[in-house]
Ligand binder design. Structure first.
Ligand code: NAI
Ligand code: A1CAB
Length: 274
């Protein structure tokens, strides 16, 4: 991206965990702070963001008027009241990008001026380290130009792919929530290290570096995960003893059920639900 102010303004409406992660990534990738607006519910949060990043804190209505691209990153449950406040101020030539789980583009289209382009994106928190995975789907008024602009934004902080909107709830279960599953596993395996008598910091380092090594091999080797696992699993060895325990405890089935539950919860959030 360009490193000077472009005049093309992006506004983050709701700058919590994912909003701030995206904001910091865009600035790192070269978007000029003068091109970035943020909104926050609490005035102290707005001040904090402006001081930390050099961006401009504005009201939601001002963001709608000033920015070409609006990134909506409030909780699905807060999206209704945000749209009530915002809709009268959003001209139909603005690009509206929602990062909210569950809520379909049609829901936004019903509340915004006729013809407003809406794009739904499911990012994940590794955008903080430029390793994000973002899944993009266009609404009925989003053109190739709007999708390309969205890709440009999200590719500056990781990978971005387009999928049909019908697959967004599944994508949310896989990559949107995905980092949490890996953190959960690392936490549990670190506890196992404690059980085996290792100091916590040593257990943490052994597991985290193993996770990094395994991730890089998964990404770069071109090998199927089964093949990579087989290469670790020696006949009558240690790994197969552990795998038997995982299978005995139904870990594979638990993961199938867990991701299905996440997909179902995303569907429940479709109406900005509780
Ligand atoms: N945290 C994550 O890993 C991911 C979250 N998302 C989606 O991003 C959205 C935000 O999630 P988080 O960042 O986790 O939540 P969060 O609670 O950390 O952030 C939401 C922020 O929006 C602010 N907010 C609420 N109403 C507002 C309003 N009317 N005007 C201005 N600001 C307002 C809140 O004060 C808060 O700072 C959700 O819709 C979630 O589904 C999507 C992908 C990943
Ligand atoms: O847990 C959630 O609802 C959000 C959406 C995907 C990741 N975090």
């Amino acid at each position: 991206m360009d490193t000077s102010a472009s005049g093309q303004k992006i506004a983050f409406l709701g700058t919590g965990k994912i909003g701030e992660a995206l904001l910091s990534g865009l600035l790192r990738a070269g978007t000029h702070p003068a091109d970035v607006l943020v909104t926050a519910r609490r005035p102290e949060r707005a001040v904090e963001l402006a001081a930390a990043y050099g961006v401009t804190a504005v009201s939601n209505a001002e963001a709608a008027k000033l920015a070409d691209t609006l990134i909506l990153a409030v909780k699905p449950q807060d999206m209704g009241s945000l749209l009530d406040e915002l809709a009268p101020h959003v001209a139909a030539d603005r690009l509206v990008i929602s990062a909210a789980a569950g809520i379909p583009t049609a829901w936004f289209e019903e509340r915004l001026a006729t013809g407003t382009p809406v794009v739904r994106v499911m990012p994940n928190t590794p955008v903080l380290v430029d390793e994000g995975m973002s899944v993009i789907s266009g609404g009925s008024h989003a053109t190739e130009l709007h999708l390309a602009r969205t890709e440009e934004i999200f590719r500056s902080v990781g990978k971005a792919i387009r999928l049909p909107e019908s697959q967004q709830d599944a994508a949310t279960a896989l990559s949107g929530s995905g980092p949490a599953y890996f953190y959960f596993l690392v936490e549990a395996m670190t506890d196992a290290g404690i059980l085996l008598g290792l100091p916590r910091s040593v257990a943490h380092d052994l597991i985290v570096q193993s996770a990094i090594g395994a991730s890089v091999m998964l990404r770069d080797s071109g090998e199927h995960p089964v093949k990579l696992r087989e290469a670790v699993t020696s006949p009558a060895g240690t790994t197969i003893a552990a795998i038997r325990e995982l299978e005995n405890h139904g870990v594979r089935a638990a993961l199938l059920g867990a991701l299905e539950a996440a997909r179902d919860r995303s569907r429940e959030l479709a109406a900005g639900g509780k």
